[in-house]
Design a protein around this ligand. Structure first.
Ligand SMILES: [Zn+2]
Length: 327
């Protein structure tokens, strides 16, 4: 037994000696991650959001400006992040991002500029018919006052420990019945508006899930959006769920990604049951599917064929829109 132990000890010692042999010092040096920055996407369309990601140490001092205006920078788990977005009325053109970072421990610095290019995009023209009983909900003043109320909510800025990421589709398996950004004309011109969200087919009473962790910033009944929930995910990112048959959360309640927050319905200006889902970044409604697609591994939802929004029937959406300039 003693002999066996001795052998084991000798074997262990030899391994230690081998391990301690001098090797190429360069190869043995610890790998320094170094500061790095990435921007996505470099090409963007109106009504889309993107991010700047800076990594390579903690803590870092990071500043990012777009066209000279500073972005909010926050810790995102694997690095620092800043978000930028363009509204549906953004003009094509180039925008300059200036990224500066300093590793406060090593003194390493990074200074870079990147260009984000907004390109023109032909959004669909959609004719939407609203039944007579809902005609009053096409009043432009009513539409504006509801948007003003929501804009006040979106102006809030909270700073949770991190932005929950990635965001998830609020109705898993849901089929898209109306895309984001469509140029809508209601009832032959009574109201012109952009479709500020994406619609998913959903039967009355089917669950609607939180797209990401967040705080309930609004849970109320509005004229056009009906029963609506707005979640505040922090750092200027909000999600909105409209036309619900039931709201299952309270204002200020914290909810987890995937938690059931309401049930789908057809309340407000909807001519069939569906979920109208919006993502708002820095005050701009952005294409929710493009936002979700920023996360790796995102599988786009299926679309109804043909997309039935042009006649407003079959669960097509008629709410949750923003007026076109001058419309
Ligand atoms: Zn909609």
């Amino acid at each position: 037994m003693k002999h066996w132990m001795g052998l084991l000890f000798m074997a262990g010692l030899m391994v230690w000696v081998v391990a301690a042999l001098p090797v190429n010092p360069a190869a043995a040096a610890p790998v320094a991650p170094g500061l790095s920055a990435s921007v996505a996407p470099a090409e963007i369309i109106p009504g889309q959001a993107g991010y700047v990601h800076v990594s390579g140490g903690y803590p870092l001092a990071v500043t990012v400006t777009m066209d000279g205006q500073p972005l909010d920078i926050f810790w995102a788990g694997s690095g620092y992040e800043g978000l930028f977005s363009f509204g549906l009325d953004a003009q094509p053109g180039e925008h300059m991002l200036a990224i500066d970072a300093t590793n406060l421990t090593t003194g390493e610095t990074l200074s870079r500029t990147e260009t984000v290019t907004v390109t023109a995009f032909d959004f669909r023209n959609e004719q939407v018919s609203i039944p007579y009983r809902l005609q009053d909900l096409l009043d432009p003043k009513l539409n504006q006052s509801e948007l003003d109320r929501l804009s006040a909510v979106y102006a809030g800025r909270t700073q949770p420990a991190r932005l929950d990421w990635p965001f998830a589709i609020p109705v898993p398996g849901g089929i898209v019945t109306s895309r984001f950004g469509g140029n809508r004309v209601y009832n032959g011109g009574v109201l012109a508006a952009r479709h500020a969200g994406v619609d998913f087919r959903r039967a009355i009473g089917e669950p609607v899930l939180a797209t990401a962790d967040g705080r309930v910033a609004l849970a109320d009944t509005l004229s056009i959006r009906g029963n609506v929930i707005v979640l505040d995910h922090g750092y200027g990112v909000f999600s909105q769920y409209a036309h619900l048959s039931q709201i299952l959360v309270q204002p200020n309640q914290f909810v987890r990604r995937g938690e059931v927050i309401g049930l789908a319905g057809a309340t407000g200006r909807a001519n069939g049951p569906h979920l109208h889902f919006e993502v708002i970044v820095n005050g701009n409604p952005v294409d929710p599917l493009k936002w979700l697609a920023l996360a790796p591994g995102f599988i786009p939802p299926r679309e109804a064929t043909p997309i039935p929004q042009t006649d407003g029937s079959g669960g097509g959406d008629t709410g949750g829109s923003v007026p076109t300039p001058g419309g």
